[in-house]
Design a protein around this ligand. Structure first.
Ligand SMILES: Cc1cc2nc3c(=O)[nH]c(=O)nc-3n(C[C@H](O)[C@H](O)[C@H](O)COP(=O)(O)OP(=O)(O)OC[C@H]3O[C@@H](n4cnc5c(N)ncnc54)[C@H](O)[C@@H]3O)c2cc1C
Length: 284
């Protein structure tokens, strides 16, 4: 299908992009890798009057260290995230989960910032950002502000970004020494998750001292399995992990679609949490 007509601009700096967005208000859309926005335009599910293509803004790209945090530019592609040595060293969970996103063609165009700004609960990276306690830095007409991931995902395909704000970078606290694993259940390779579980584990004495568990596709937003996280603290054998994982679906309201019923998704959340935590803890 052919998208509806729109104005197009391609700024070369964040300031220029923010000025373009401020002028157009709710009628503008940011274009990054286009892997989610272009299908929406082609299907005529989005009707922006202005598309602000941020694909040529160098300051939005790349990975750097800033003390205890890793800072990843919003325009960094999935392919770059998977292969970046700093991401692999300090946020291995993100590299591992990103490698499961779609196929190589999509990973070469799609961006970390686009995946988070799109706020699709079926996307793999929002739940990973939650588990990692990431912070999202956004620029708008009033300057920059930082939004914790737990406040960023507001509803289905809705984030805390205002229409005139641009996501510029993602800050991830380094979790050196923590075990991690992303367990994704999908019907065929290189496709969306029916359910995914992102687990981060601080290990102690062969067991779990502390755990963080993010859930993909278990409601209108990505979620943290907070009850399971509490029960995982101190789990010292695989039976204790399995008991705690039984709480993973607590408080979730997953959707019904052609792939799965809500009950099946809740079953998957429990099973995948057990597997992900056992692997992250080195107990699998
Ligand atoms: C065939 C296919 C399979 C896929 N499979 C998976 C999968 O298995 N798992 C998965 O997680 N994802 C999957 N995706 C989605 C993919 O990860 C996209 O890359 C991602 O959803 C959007 O990133 P993008 O850079 O292409 O964003 P775009 O499509 O350019 O933008 C997406 C949305 O985010 C907004 N946006 C983008 N960047 C910014 C920014 N810097 N600031 C503010 N707003 C911004 C746009 O305005 C738009 O609303 C798939 C996509 C395709 C086409």
């Amino acid at each position: 299908m052919i998208p509806p007509a729109f104005e197009y601009t391609r700024p070369t700096s964040v300031d220029e992009a923010v000025r373009a967005l401020a002028g157009a208000g709710e009628e503008a859309k940011v274009l990054a890798g286009g892997q989610s926005l272009l299908p929406l335009l082609r299907l005529r599910l989005a009707f922006p009057e202005l598309v602000v293509d941020v694909g040529r803004i160098p300051e939005l790209r790349g990975v750097r260290e800033d003390g205890d945090a890793l800072v990843i530019g919003a325009l960094t592609t999935h392919h770059e995230v998977v292969h970046d040595p700093l991401v692999r060293a300090h946020a291995g969970l993100l590299a591992q989960a990103t490698a499961t996103v779609a196929d190589p063609a999509v990973r070469h165009r799609g961006t970390l910032g686009g995946s988070l700004a799109h706020a699709d609960p079926a996307g793999d990276l929002p739940a990973v950002a939650l588990a990692l306690d990431a912070e999202l830095v956004v620029a708008g007409p009033g300057g920059r502000r930082t939004i914790p991931a737990r406040e960023f995902f507001v509803d289905y395909l809705q984030s805390a970004l205002a229409p005139d704000e641009l996501l510029t970078e993602v800050r991830i606290p380094k979790r050196d020494g923590w075990g991690f694993h992303y367990e994704k259940f999908h019907p065929v390779a290189q496709s969306w998750a029916i359910v995914g579980v992102a687990a981060l584990v601080r290990r102690a004495d062969g067991g779990v001292a502390e755990a963080r568990v993010g859930l993909t596709n278990m409601g209108a937003t990505p979620l943290r399995a907070t009850t399971a996280e509490r029960e995982l603290a101190g789990a010292d054998d695989s039976a204790a992990v399995a008991r705690a994982a039984e709480a993973a679906a607590e408080g979730t309201r997953p959707s019904q679609d052609l792939s799965a019923s809500p009950e099946y998704r809740q079953h998957l959340a429990r099973v995948l949490t057990r597997r992900a935590v056992l692997t992250a803890a080195g107990m699998g």
